[in-house]
Design a protein around this ligand. Structure first.
Ligand code: GLN
Length: 498
């Protein structure tokens, strides 16, 4: 089997082949590492390739199999982690100069669980600095490119995770989603991205951006692989007190047993997602998704989310407020880079200079915005008002689900991938790109992006994604809906050229 054929297998197929010894984890790891070094580097999708530790893990998997042991459901599967997830191996840079040489003394809970399930971590993925951004262009290590068209962004902030999966470097990557950072890049790269319910996956070892919104989740080439990854990483963790106290579930099994699906067969279509502000390909993808589900026996009803631009405003106030507090720990003393002081300079110069030199412009903008909205004179006008808006948004979703809707259909972004540099100098235009994703985080809900269309833009094929949003802890139901979509379409099988 050629390297490309091997890497085109799904994660489930890879693990099966490794477990029955028809493929060695080492061969898989070598192929993935090689592609990460070549394709991954040329897309600037990886911050580091972890060759030594990956080969050692792969050998350990092969050894376990040879002794008749079962390494787990991800046996030998090459994986990529967004570089804001702490790993003992290599650095955890967060796409930031401050942490360029930061070595975590521990593995994040999700990393421990992945290793425990036999996964082989081959690389850390590029990202917008501290996950702040929607294009991958805010990384201190340069922009990631979209494998479908290298003059375009792959989306963000999990830019490298999405690009690696789409480019066939690894079948699954982990990303984090604070306001859309798994779902929007999944849409731009033609893959599946699952943002779990807040609390479903432990955040221990995920470098915090906005703690009440952050959630880790998988990006994969199909629903089944996303389901396996979620089953492994989810579940209670005593080290994260915000973790939901629910039993671990086998989400892959939930997909295979789709015939036993007894969930409601009504899907809400959000009016807010069908505006004239969308690229025509997005409206077409929504129409086609509606037709697909109707043919599959679902009833489609119009629903109202009661928030559009307000969600963006509330999100950027709350996320910035929390970020300004979380990022106070980067002071030049405790973590990472420390500024050189000139004679006569003191401690406050150390803080100011380290932070000025260490953080990029977008992170500084958010810290200033967050500090402002939390300041005593403006707290009520901005932060408190944003919290009220958050409640209204949550109530609107609750009302829709209480009426019997199983999920809400919405685009994952207003258009397909935009050009590198197109929105980078206009923060507000960039923020508006998040219009369809942020309310999900504000309400703490799970949502999945499904590849649902191809737009032809300037002679290039570009993927278009749609999202399905469900009530809290409804991941199994969303994954089933995604697999219904896959069984009636072929967008998830399309690969970028090259
Ligand atoms: N684009 C959004 C932002 O810039 C979302 C980021 C995220 O989900 N990490 O904040």
């Amino acid at each position: 089997m050629s390297d490309t054929q091997m890497l085109n297998m799904s994660a489930v197929e890879m693990a099966r082949a490794v477990r029955d010894r028809s493929l060695s984890a080492r061969k898989l790891a070598e192929a993935a590492l090689n592609r990460a070094e070549t394709v991954g580097r040329s897309l600037n999708a990886v911050t580091q390739v972890l060759a030594d530790s990956a080969l050692a893990s792969a050998d350990a998997v092969d050894f376990a199999v040879s002794r008749g042991e079962d390494p787990g459901p991800l046996a030998g599967v090459p994986m990529v982690l967004k570089d804001n997830i702490c790993t003992r191996e290599g650095y955890t840079t967060c796409g930031c100069r401050f942490l360029e040489r930061y070595r975590s003394p521990f593995d994040a809970t999700c990393v421990e669980r992945l290793r425990g399930a036999g996964a082989v971590i081959i690389a850390k993925a590029n990202l917008d600095e501290f996950a702040m951004g929607g294009s991958g262009e805010n990384s201190a290590f340069g922009a990631t490119r979209n494998p479908w068209d290298v003059s375009r962004v792959p989306g963000g902030s999990s830019s490298g995770s999405a690009a690696c999966v789409a480019a066939g470097i690894a079948p699954i990557a982990l990303g984090s989603d604070t306001g859309g950072s798994i779902r929007q890049p999944a849409g731009f790269c033609g893959i599946t991205g699952l943002k779990p319910t807040y609390g479903r996956v432990s955040r221990w070892g995920l470098v915090a951006f906005a703690s009440s919104l952050d959630q880790l989740g998988p990006l994969a080439r199909n629903a089944q692989d996303a389901a396996v990854a979620l089953s492994v990483i989810s579940g209670e963790d005593p080290r994260d007190s915000t973790c939901a106290r629910v039993a671990r579930e086998d989400f892959a099994d939930a997909i295979t047993r789709a015939d036993r699906d007894n969930q409601p067969r009504i899907i809400g279509v959000a009016r807010q997602g069908r505006g004239s502000g969308n690229h025509p390909s997005v409206n077409l993808a929504i129409e086609q998704a509606m037709a697909l589900y109707r043919d599959a026996g679902f009833e489609l009803v119009d629903v109202d989310l009661h928030a559009g631009d307000e969600a963006i405003a509330a999100y950027y106030i709350i996320a910035a407020a929390e970020a300004s507090s979380n990022l106070a720990r980067f002071d030049g003393v405790r973590y990472g880079r420390r500024a050189e002081l000139s004679p006569g300079e003191g401690l406050s110069d150390l803080y100011t200079r380290s932070r000025t030199e260490g953080f990029g412009p977008e992170v500084q903008r958010r810290i200033m915005l967050g500090t402002y909205v939390l300041s005593s004179g403006y707290y009520d006008a901005y932060y408190n008002t944003a919290l009220k808006a958050r409640r209204v948004i949550k109530n609107a979703f609750d009302a829709i689900f209480a009426r019997g809707c199983r999920a809400v259909l919405l685009p994952s972004s207003p258009g397909p991938a935009f050009k590198l540099g197109e929105k980078n100098n206009d923060p507000l235009a960039m923020y508006l790109e998040d219009i369809y994703t942020v309310s999900v985080n504000l309400a703490g809900l799970p949502a999945i992006t499904i590849p649902a269309g191809i737009a032809s833009v300037e002679g290039k094929d570009l993927p278009v994604g749609v999202q399905l949003i469900g009530p809290a802890l409804s991941e199994a139901s969303l994954l089933r809906l995604a697999s219904v979509f896959e069984s009636r379409s072929s967008f998830h099988l399309r690969r970028p050229p090259g």
